[in-house]
Design a protein around this ligand. Structure first.
Ligand code: 3PG
Ligand code: MG
Length: 399
């Protein structure tokens, strides 16, 4: 792999040069207050930013937040992120109220050496996510005009063929930032020759998002533990009724097929916590996975499942975990995720937590981040990496 790195750029000298940094500052916001509920992704990019400011660069940071539809949408503004980033850097961050317009131009022009600017949400512009090469290219031209060099530190977005990820590096000298390097280093270990037993835990809500990775991982893993909302489609494929639990009916057949070919590697819940509504205070109890009452909704894996999964995890040498086991945001349905997270934290295995939600769960549950080998900032990106797909953002750095 022939990727130039931040150290290469620093060795050339960046003092007085404008460096455009693509970061993934797509942090979760509280729906009511708009407050940042987990700043992990902001903290993850600090080493790259501090190295650049310390070397006297004029640092221009850009990112997406949420999925606005190509036009400004105040609920997805990066302004609160600029505030938090400034606190963490211990220096003010100059915020541009547009991405490539008048505000961005004057903000970038006014930067002194060692200062940081943050541009408004990339996805307020149609060109960022456009499928049309020319439209994306035109936007990439405007962005590239703000930098003399480009650093990609947005690991969470490297699987997107977007202007700031894929087209800007074709227009500027480009390097991988510290976060992207570390992520690729760790994940390439898992994709290469992981120490065995290698156990993967998958959760989260959508089975359709994870089918490709399950397919790709099955030959490689020794055990695949499935919890979270996606387990119900698998339980249905085993012939069980799942009440009003999350179900992707059109995926049942595919899941049945995967189970048949899995040589017993796939482990599913044997009990679930079933509630009478999707609500924090809903009445609930633990029921066998093959006995979910028809009006009930499964919101977590049960204690017997946690024990079974824990037993499978104990002897592992390598563990990858992506996706919560239940609705961990509601304390009544957080036990499964907590149980699995605590088990993983205690093993001697090399452990990797992948994905925004699982990483947020680790922090929200108050677990010690340092008891995990690596907490990836990328959900979709880490899964696609493990699937062996070509990631547009990484490929662009290789050229
Ligand atoms: C993420 O949250 O997974 C990344 O920031 C990418 O966001 P996206 O899925 O909206 O492209
Ligand atoms: Mg995502």
């Amino acid at each position: 792999m022939s990727i130039r790195t931040l150290d290469d750029l620093l060795a050339e000298g960046v003092s007085g040069r404008r460096v455009l940094v693509r970061a993934d500052l797509n942090v979760p916001l509280d729906k009511q207050s708009g407050d940042i509920t987990d700043d992990g992704r902001i903290r993850a990019v600090l080493p790259t930013l501090s190295a650049l400011t310390g070397a006297g660069a004029k640092v221009v940071v850009c990112s997406h937040l949420g999925r606005p539809k190509g036009a400004p949408d105040p609920q997805f503004s990066l302004r609160p992120v600029a505030g938090r980033l400034g606190e963490l850097l211990g220096a003010p961050v100059h915020f541009a109220t547009d991405t490539v317009g008048e505000s961005a131009r004057s903000t970038v022009d006014a930067l002194a050496d060692g200062e940081v600017a943050l541009l408004e949400n990339l996805r307020f512009n149609k060109g960022e996510t456009s499928k049309d090469d020319a439209e994306r290219g035109a936007f990439a031209d405007q962005l590239a005009a703000f930098g003399d060099a480009y650093v990609d530190d947005a690991f969470g977005a490297v699987h997107r063929r977007h202007a700031s990820v894929h087209d800007v590096p074709a227009r500027l000298p480009h390097v991988a930032g510290r976060l992207v390097l570390r992520e690729v280093e760790v994940l390439s270990k898992l994709a290469g020759e992981p120490e065995r037993p290698y156990v993967v835990v998958l959760g989260g809500s959508k089975v359709s998002d994870k089918l490709a990775v399950i397919e790709a991982l099955l030959p490689t893993v020794d055990r695949l533990l499935i919890g979270g909302g996606m387990c119900f489609t698998f339980l249905k494929a085993q012939g069980h009724e799942v009440g009003s639990s999350l179900l992707e009916e059109e995926m049942v057949e595919t899941c049945r097929n995967l189970l048949e070919r899995s040589e017993g590697k796939i482990m599913l819940p044997v009990d679930v916590v079933a509630a009478d509504a999707f609500a924090p205070d809903a009445a609930h109890d633990t029921v066998p996975a093959d006995g979910i009452p028809s009006k009930r909704v499964g919101l977590d894996i049960g204690p017997e499942t946690v024990a079974g999964f824990a037993a499978a995890l104990k002897g592992a040498r390598t563990i990858f975990w992506n996706g919560p086991m239940g609705v961990f945001e509601m304390p009544a349905f957080a036990h499964g995720t907590r149980g699995i997270a605590e088990t993983i934290a205690k093993t001697d295995a090399f452990t990797v937590v992948g994905g925004g939600d699982s990483a947020a769960a680790v922090r929200a549950l108050g677990l010690d981040e340092s008891s995990f080998g690596h907490i990836s900032t990328g959900g979709g990106a880490s899964l696609e990496y493990l699937e062996g797909k070509t990631l547009p953002g990484i490929a662009a750095l290789e050229n």
